[in-house]
Design a protein around this ligand. Structure first.
Ligand code: EZ4
Ligand code: CO
Length: 402
């Protein structure tokens, strides 16, 4: 039996922070796991370094399901994004090792290819409507068949979802920036620019929109109904999912498809959303939801109810986490779409390999394991830099959901 001899936690910041778990076995096999949780990176790093790494030494890297249960049930304290991201990193690294030992890409171990490629959507945004339309045109030129459109709401400084430069990077300050939010202004404005995108580019591509937890269920119902003619692929996070039941109200008023789950991390967080068919797409990510082993079960549950996957894939999930997502996307029956924001160029200096993009799809290669390697020497050049997500405040100064 091979054993784990080393588990180290690596933090780097090539344009943004990434936390990576490196597991090494006695046979010299190295597995990589993504443990990046935007704005809370060091909490996961400490959880792994201080509380998980010592438990891994001497264990059998082949026993992935047992390790998952050991780390989830064995700690007594369960669920939550910090724990589930830490467990995910271990799980991902063990799948990487299993693939490397078997000489097979991870998607083959998960059942093999259920499709030829993984359809992705990218982001288009603008500080005003003309610049949004230009960005949609650029995304179409790059071959994307699915595009998320966001524009800054006039008078609302720093509306979420809008790029400054080539990439959308919301974690932009050493302490959280405070941004204003005005729901009535958003509800008046957003349907008009989504309509302009359709007017300009037609209906032969998937148009997505992220509401980013900003509406009440009743407001979300109204919004969904007001854009029905625009044939959205989905409206994302129309309201916070802390109360799963609240999606029933939205559902009963609109046929606009609903996606949610990027801040959720376990099968129990989405149980009612899925089993009561309150949503159409589930957005848990491999990195933030206990890894490949757990997310595969979430998607299997969703398959029973014709809910499809739509995994969160921002640039604050590392290329390792993104690669793991694409392997899983390749193998499941109820894949829907995969978010793909891409990365700043500097990120390529640290992460080598990974899925390749062509004509609106991501493709995993035939390398063993996850097919991505972390360059420790390059990573050491970039020190952790404190960066927080913003906080939203309503016009009266009270805190809103970001
Ligand atoms: O704001 O990943 O759909 N994507 C998103 C993201 C999130 C960030 C938070 O870290 O909503 O851009
Ligand atoms: Co989102």
């Amino acid at each position: 039996m091979d054993t784990i001899v080393e588990a180290s936690v690596l933090v780097t910041c090539p344009a943004r922070n990434f936390v990576t778990l490196k597991i090494t076995t006695a046979d010299g096999v190295v597995g990589w796991g993504d443990a990046t949780l935007n704005g809370r990176e060091l909490a996961v790093a400490a959880y792994l370094r201080d509380h998980v790494a010592p438990l891994l030494i001497g264990r059998d890297p082949a026993r992935i399901e047992d390790m998952w249960n050991y780390l989830f049930r064995g700690v007594y304290w369960r669920r939550g994004p910090i724990t589930m991201t830490a467990v995910a990193a271990v799980d991902m690294a063990l799948w990487d090792i299993k693939g490397k030992v078997a000489g097979l890409p991870v998607y083959q171990l998960l059942g093999g290819a259920a499709r030829d490629g993984v359809r992705v959507y990218t982001h288009a945004s603008g500080a005003d409507v003309p610049s949004l339309l230009e960005d949609v045109a650029r995304a179409k030129e790059r071959g994307f068949t699915a595009i998320r459109a966001q524009a800054a709401v006039p008078g609302v400084e720093g509306t979420y979802g809008v790029k400054h430069g080539a990439y959308y990077e919301p974690a932009n300050a050493a302490l959280p920036e405070e941004q204003a939010w005005d729901t009535p202004a958003y509800l008046r404005f957003a349907p008009t620019y989504l309509a302009k995108v359709r007017e300009e580019f037609g209906f032969d591509f998937a148009l997505l929109h992220d509401v980013h937890h900003r509406l009440t269920p009743q407001e979300a119902a109204r919004f969904g109904r007001s854009v029905e003619d625009l044939d959205l692929f989905w409206m994302e996070d129309p309201t916070p999912a802390d109360n799963q039941e609240s999606f029933r109200l939205i559902r009963s008023h609109t046929t606009t498809p609903i996606a949610t789950g990027e801040v959720l991390s376990s099968i129990w967080d989405v149980q009612h959303l899925v089993s009561e068919q309150l949503i159409d797409y589930i957005r848990l990510s491999v990195t933030h939801s206990g890894g490949i082993s757990h997310l595969k079960k979430v998607f299997a549950l969703a398959e029973l109810y014709q809910v499809r996957s739509g995994s969160h894939g921002p640039s604050d999930i590392s290329p390792i986490g993104q690669a793991a997502a694409v392997h899983l996307d390749m193998a499941i029956a109820n894949f829907g779409i995969q978010e793909f924001m891409g990365y700043p160029d500097l990120v390529d200096e640290v992460f080598h390999g990974g899925p390749t993009y062509a004509d609106g799809y991501l493709h995993v290669g035939e390398e063993s394991g996850l097919g991505i390697e972390y360059d420790e020497q390059a990573a050491a050049r970039f020190d952790y830099t404190a960066r927080y997500l913003p906080v939203a405040r309503r016009l009266d100064g009270s805190v809103h959901d970001w």
